[in-house]
Design a protein around this ligand. Structure first.
Ligand code: PLP
Length: 380
């Protein structure tokens, strides 16, 4: 049987446009900081990639910083803004990616106060919850645009309006929203926005941080003057060229792809709800990115289910790849307040550019049969 890859939220396969852009510079890549002809050619590639990403974000090239990952972009946003800030208080949502939560924990260890805003059963943080948490000394608010486990979209524009009215900077982790949602920072009203190339068909190991002009930020990785002095180190030219090509291609097909994926996800969820007893879909009635479905199957240990699905040729995950291998429900699942018999059976299926209707139908049948089989085997 042909394998069915339903883990695009972990990494989506490389797009041909990204591959071509990478190959075009890979052999000849030199140092963009060098003054000779080869260096100037490398600089031109880098400038071009920066302009492309800026155009996708409706931003200026000098507002774009390339980093080594989405994680590093979030770390630069949080640690970098904190180092340059006067306040000592940070607000994050309870369901942020570990990239943001770890940066927040590091600040807490350094004496900052961190408020984790709670979410609803659907995984949504209410703007009023963030509003109530804001204080005189709140320097920064970080609320993700789309959650990587549930796919739930957060009301970032409303949160940002409240936070900025109180003088706080706003960062949004838009890693899972790029490619299907509008991630224009000016439309969202945010100062900082992070992206990761490998979620949209670019290479892993390239992140982007949008830094609104005038935002005070200190580098996390210090050294040379690269990336407007915000991220030292010789640029990963081929990776950056591939990332820019991927973001451009994803933006060009965003509307049609979002509609296609929404229809496929609806088909998958319909089949799962009809075919599996006691399957709950997180946030089915709230705004979500169209490529993710987060399903809680009662009385099924998700590790056993994922292994059985893998043997059936279906690749899925328990949520965050970073939490894989852990038997405990993730912090996101814990924040949803699911009953324990459901919390231990959560699986994230994430669709993408290569997903077809036939794959969705075959996956739905395989998932339904596998759940029945694993349930019958009892707890491990
Ligand atoms: N933020 C979210 C929401 C993610 O899903 C991920 C990817 O796992 C990241 C940040 C980190 O991105 P990267 O894998 O490039 O470090």
């Amino acid at each position: 049987m042909q394998r069915i890859y339903l883990d695009h939220a972990a990494t989506s396969p490389l797009r041909p446009e990204a591959r071509a852009a990478m190959l075009a510079v890979l052999d000849g890549a030199r140092n963009p900081s060098s003054i000779h002809a080869e260096g100037r050619a490398a600089r031109a590639v880098l400038d071009d990639a920066r302009s492309t990403v800026a155009r996708v974000l409706g931003a200026a090239p000098r507002e774009i910083v390339f980093t080594g990952s989405g994680t590093e972009a979030a770390a630069l946003a949080i640690a970098g803004a904190a180092a340059a800030a006067r306040g000592r208080h940070l607000v994050v949502s309870a369901v942020e990616h570990v990239a943001v939560l770890a940066a927040a924990d590091a600040l807490a260890a350094a004496g900052w106060e961190v408020t984790r805003a709670a979410v609803s059963r659907d995984g949504v943080v209410a703007p009023a919850t963030v509003g109530t948490a804001l204080r005189e000394d709140t320097a920064l608010v970080s609320v993700m645009l789309a959650n990587n486990e549930t796919g739930t979209l957060q009301p970032v524009a409303a949160v940002a309006a409240l936070a900025r009215a109180r003088g706080a900077l706003v960062h949004t982790d838009a890693v899972q929203a790029a490619g299907t949602s509008d991630v224009t920072p000016s439309a969202l009203g945010v100062d900082l926005l992070s992206l990761s190339a490998h979620k949209v068909g670019g290479p892993p190991g390239v992140g982007v941080l949008y830094v609104r002009a005038g935002t005070q930020l200190a580098p996390v990785v210090a050294g040379g003057p690269q990336e407007h002095g915000l991220r030292a180190g010789t640029e990963n030219l081929a990776g950056i060229a591939g990332a820019a090509a991927a973001f451009a291609a994803a933006a060009a097909e965003r509307t049609s792809e979002a509609a296609r994926l929404a229809a496929l996800r609806e088909r998958l969820e319909g089949a799962l709800v009809a075919g599996v007893a006691e399957a709950r879909i997180t946030g089915r009635n709230v705004p979500r990115v169209p490529h993710v479905t987060h399903v809680a199957f009662a009385d099924v240990p998700n590790d056993a289910l994922l292994i059985a699905l893998d043997l059936e040729g279906v690749s899925a995950s328990a949520g965050s790849a970073c939490a894989a291998g852990s038997l405990e429900p993730s912090h996101v699942v814990a924040a949803l307040g699911l009953p324990d018999r459901f919390a231990r059976g959560v699986v994230r299926f994430s669709l993408g550019r290569t997903t077809t209707r036939d794959e969705v139908d075959r996956a739905a049948a395989a998932i339904a049969a596998t759940v029945v089989r694993v349930r019958a085997a009892g707890p491990v």
